[in-house]
Design a protein around this ligand. Structure first.
Ligand code: F0G
Length: 459
């Protein structure tokens, strides 16, 4: 028997179309070989991100109709607050319109210049919001998490020894909080174990350092704990999530991921006086504390999404779908980050593509080829996104890995879409010259990947 199919059936459909090849060539040229600059309706399978791209359930859509758009005290806020309190156990729930605002509000309230925030790996916006306060975002992921080909169940764990020596080195009073990203997006959507979360919590609390989660994909993390950590196999996802949250003092959350919503997020904390300071800043930059930059109907969609996301049948299909795509690509000899994580397959383009110099961006070139050959949009997480320039020589210093992320939106694509993606990779393997090296013709000073332009060097 094959593993169960999608635990939902399709009630509404959104047409997508594969443009003819000559039009895809024209579109990618017009976008200067930057996939961010292609209109979404010219994409056939959009694997750019799993964020804000979920298909909502009929129950969530029904929830939009009971949106209460009162400025203060709308009923949907109370549902939102109750759902999150029951799930996380945290005392104060502060809504925001997306994850990075939660980060901005939290860090601008508690960080000072010269502080440090350790984590497994900080996500880009988390890092940027920490650095924006003059503080350092420090990555302490276990060594296994830095080797794509290595199979290890919890590659999102924090290295305990590194954490202890880091605290000893900088001193606990320079660390206003420690974090852990669940799952570890930057490291391949890899989970952290309950044992690791518990240990990190003990160490931080021993030094009186508050512990926060970046909880964007907490339910996927809880599912991996159930499957991979022995004593949890008989617990429900909800019980596991509740235990995870019990070790922390608060969290930031982008509900655009495991909130199964198209917009939304929150900060949750136990500390009463911190909650007041956060709410005051919220009013200044985001909105009144019972809506936080969201419409009442959005709060309702998130509340209902958070109730649905801990459903084990859903999570099983979700994680299996990612694993299915990863397995098919692996069988074709394509190097990927192993094991596959909770939201995406990460192709190791640096290893896969040998005919293009790393300074001509093999990962980006693969993403361009996926669009030109198959109308697929993926994102490079590698040499274009993370290179730094030497301050004197201007030489480009490349990151450790040049990856291409195929992020799978939740409940959106079926496995026949995955089979199609596999067939496009197959075509690319048979015709490697369709992957062409690139040179940058324009780049902005920061976050260049969003707007930079390229030319192909061996067309
Ligand atoms: N934390 C993690 C782990 C994330 O993956 C993201 C967003 C954020 C915070 C920020 O949340 O987008 O709601 O402001 N990740 C998206 C991605 C953009 O494509 O992985 P946001």
């Amino acid at each position: 028997m094959i593993s169960p199919a999608e635990p939902y059936r399709i009630k509404v459909v959104e047409p997508i179309r594969l443009l003819p090849r000559h039009q895809r060539i024209e579109k990618i040229q017009r976008a200067h070989f930057n996939l961010f600059l292609i209109p979404a309706e010219d994409v056939y399978i959009d694997l750019l991100t799993d964020s804000g791209t979920s298909a909502m359930s009929d129950n969530q859509w029904a929830g939009l109709m009971v949106g209460d758009e009162s400025y203060a005290g709308c009923r949907n806020f109370f549902h939102f607050e109750k759902t999150i309190k029951e799930l996380t156990g945290f005392a104060h729930i502060i809504p925001v319109h997306q994850g990075r605002v939660a980060e901005n509000i939290l860090f601008s309230t508690i960080l000072s210049i010269g502080d440090s925030v350790p984590s497994n790996n900080h996500f880009d916006t988390t890092r940027a919001n920490i650095e924006n306060q003059g503080a350092s975002a420090v990555d302490l992921v276990v060594e296994e998490g830095r080797h794509p080909e290595l199979e290890f169940p919890f590659k999102g764990n924090i290295d305990i020894q590194k954490l202890e020596s880091f605290i000893a080195k900088v001193g606990p009073n320079k660390i206003p909080l420690g974090m852990i990203t669940l799952t570890n997006n930057t490291g391949g959507g890899q989970p952290a174990s309950m044992a690791n979360i518990r240990q990190v919590s003990q160490i931080l609390h021993h030094h009186k350092i508050p512990f926060f989660f970046d909880a964007a994909r907490f339910a996927e993390n809880a599912y991996f704990i159930k499957k991979r950590e022995k004593s949890y196999s008989n617990k429900s996802i909800r019980e596991i999530a509740q235990e995870m949250f019990s070790y922390a003092d608060g969290c930031t959350m982008s509900a655009k991921k495991d909130g199964l919503a198209n917009i939304g997020g929150f900060i949750a904390v136990n500390d009463d006086s911190l909650a007041v300071r956060l709410a005051n800043l919220l009013i200044l930059i985001e909105g009144y504390p019972t809506y936080g930059g969201l419409a009442g109907r959005d709060l309702e969609a998130v509340a209902r999404g958070l109730e649905e996301v801990t459903n084990e049948d859903y999570l099983e299909f979700r994680v299996n779908q990612i694993a299915y795509l990863g397995k098919r690509l692996s069988e074709m000899g394509i190097p990927i980050v192993k094991p596959t994580g909770g939201h995406a397959v990460f192709v190791d383009a640096g290893k896969f593509i040998k005919h293009i110099s790393p300074h001509n961006y093999p990962g980006w070139a693969l993403a361009v080829a996926l669009y030109r050959e198959g109308g697929i949009r993926a994102i490079e997480i590698g040499n274009v996104m993370f290179s730094k320039h030497h301050p004197e020589t201007e030489e480009e210093i490349l990151p450790e890995m040049d990856l291409v992320r195929l992020a799978i939106p939740r409940r959106v694509y079926t496995n026949s879409h995955m089979d199609y993606v596999v067939s496009v990779f197959d075509h690319i393997i048979m015709n490697p010259s369709c992957i062409k090296g690139l040179q940058i013709t324009y780049q902005p000073p920061i976050l260049r990947h969003f707007t930079c332009r390229f030319k192909e060097i061996n067309p």
